[in-house]
Design a protein around this ligand. Structure first.
Ligand SMILES: Cc1ncc(COP(=O)(O)O)c(C=O)c1O
Length: 340
């Protein structure tokens, strides 16, 4: 099955720009760094989820959905973009957010409200996380809500946190093709791509794209923002098998192409680190590009450390994927992060 023949709705402004990070490369003493601006994908303030949602929501439309139900954290970029995309397609959105309802909506939650998500429910308390499922408590709440919506005559379409692995895989395979074509126009080619890894389907897609469009020659480095390398590499291996089987492709991708670095997480998901602060400030002050504190700030901290530790050759072309998330800077808990 060809990815270009899969049902797809147009939501984002693609191809997103690929820009050289000349000042940052100079500040770090090489390699040749580029940034792929998926934060500029447009709709709903942009971000990586739009590439996945183009496939997920095409499936929803094909199935006659009247609404979309999805899950995420209180400061989820995914729920913001799902709500924006569903609005574009005339679908209602129901959001189930992990965490306490805050007194005041800030950051992404404020935008969820501006976009008019039909109903937002909160699941407070400790939510157990297992290797295969994001959260059993959330799964129960999702099932109950979907059944209730059906009883009300709705045809709800469920999108898991960060979109399904398959939709992430096909969405991000296309991003690699864009990078290859954009660098080819400069008579260049990518050696490595570095990106934040959360639910991991972005990375799965980048690996699929590297296999399809570069014969696995481009190394994809995922910088974990939450889980351990072992867990994420295991999850990505499963997602790759699923994508490969569904697309009917052969031969399988070698497992040594799955590279996740987990030493930049710090104390946990969303918890700031000194390296993240340094990375956000360095990119902003050398290139005028703003990252976020939860995903891209930590991913950039990883890239900077890999460069400083001599991981890349001086002439390598290394592409940093800006996956968006800047609204997280304006979340109540992050407002003082960068104050002197
Ligand atoms: C801004 C941003 N960057 C990166 C990621 C990670 O993407 P993925 O969940 O596909 O690993 C996410 C979502 O989780 C995100 O919101």
């Amino acid at each position: 099955m060809q990815i270009s023949k899969l049902p797809r709705v147009r939501l984002g402004e693609f191809p997103t720009p690929l820009q050289p990070l000349t000042n940052l490369s100079h500040a770090l003493g090489g390699p040749r760094l580029f940034i792929k601006r998926d934060d500029l994908s447009g709709l709903g303030l942009g971000g990586n989820k739009l590439r996945k949602l183009e496939f997920a929501l095409a499936d929803a439309v094909e199935r006659g959905a009247t609404s979309v139900l999805t899950v995420g954290g209180v400061q989820s970029n995914h729920t913001r973009l799902t709500t924006a995309a569903a609005n574009r397609l005339g679908l209602k959105t129901y959001l189930l957010l992990r965490g306490e309802k805050p007194d005041r909506a800030t950051g992404n939650l404020l935008i969820d409200e501006i976009l008019g998500a039909r109903e937002i429910r909160f699941v407070p308390g400790l939510v157990q996380v297992t290797r295969e499922k994001v959260s059993p408590a959330i799964d129960d709440a999702v099932r109950t809500w979907l059944e209730a919506l059906q009883r009300q005559g709705e045809t709800p379409y469920y999108i898991p946190n960060g979109c399904s692995a398959f939709h992430g895989a096909v969405g991000y395979a296309g991003c690699v093709l864009e990078i290859v074509e954009q660098l080819r126009a400069l008579q260049d080619a990518p050696d490595a791509i570095v990106a934040a890894c959360g639910t991991s389907s972005t990375q799965t897609g980048l690996i699929v794209g590297s296999a399809l469009h570069t014969h696995n020659e481009v190394a994809v480095h995922g910088i974990s923002v939450a889980g351990s390398s072992d867990d994420l590499e295991h999850r990505i291996a499963g997602q790759l098998r699923e994508a490969w089987d569904t697309l009917g492709l052969a031969p399988p991708i070698p497992e040594d192409r799955i590279l996740v670095h987990d030493v930049y997480v710090g104390e946990g998901y969303g918890r700031p680190t000194d390296a993240m602060r340094e990375a956000v400030l360095l990119l902003a002050r050398t290139e005028g590009i703003v990252l976020d504190p939860v995903y891209t700030g930590k991913a950039m901290a990883g890239l900077i450390d890999l460069v400083r530790s001599g991981h890349f050759g001086k002439r390598d072309a290394v592409v940093f994927l800006h996956t968006g998330g800047a609204p997280g800077l304006f979340a109540a808990e992050h407002l003082t992060l960068f104050q002197p």
